[in-house]
Design a protein around this ligand. Sequence first.
Ligand code: GLN
Length: 228
Amino acid sequence: KVVIGILALQGAFAEHQSALQKISSPRKVCSLLVRTPDDLVNCHALIIPGGESTTIALLARLAGLLEPLREFTKTKPIWGTCAGAILLAQSVENAKKGGQELLGGMSVTVTRNGWGSQLESFEAPLFVEGLQDSQIPFTGVFIRAPVIQALDSSSDHPPIHVIARLPVGKVPKSEAHVSSDNDNVDPRRIVAIRQGDHLLTTFHPELTKDGRFHEYFVRTCVLPLLSP
Ligand code: GLN
């Protein structure tokens, strides 16, 4: 049986748990809410939910989980959604005063709350490479979502695969780092990436009834690393 941990300090962890219960997988998948370093030891993979990234990092430090989580990102499959995506980034802009502790693990720079105040929340249809029935759009739910500012593919980490972008013309308020006339290369439209066995989504797949992202994480990031 495959144990997927869900970091359960704050945020939408319960929704991830019910999403995982519904997926079909060739191996039995069960979930474990992670609140202590001992919980983490029992996990084959981990999901970090959306919520409030500064709070999650603070609670992780108080629980003695920050270093164990950083080690976990080096060797195990991990998926961050929204606030969780911020925590997996290597650097963050627009962090709260007092700073933002990160776990790192993925070679991206994100801007926290990069959609600005009026556009705090929106939904967008996403075509996601590698998803089951990928011709059927997945509804991306964006709630005070971070914006991907840059991908750093020169690092020693595995290559980055962009698996979903916002429709052309949808761009955030946060300023682009590199100006480009070609909307297709604007990193700010990228909303889902996979890097090796790490997955990052700036939106909340757990807030929809569509379990395809959870199935995708298990199938492409987790199962290939386990012995048959
Ligand atoms: N804006 C939040 C943060 O900075 C993330 C929002 C979310 O996870 N829905 O942590």
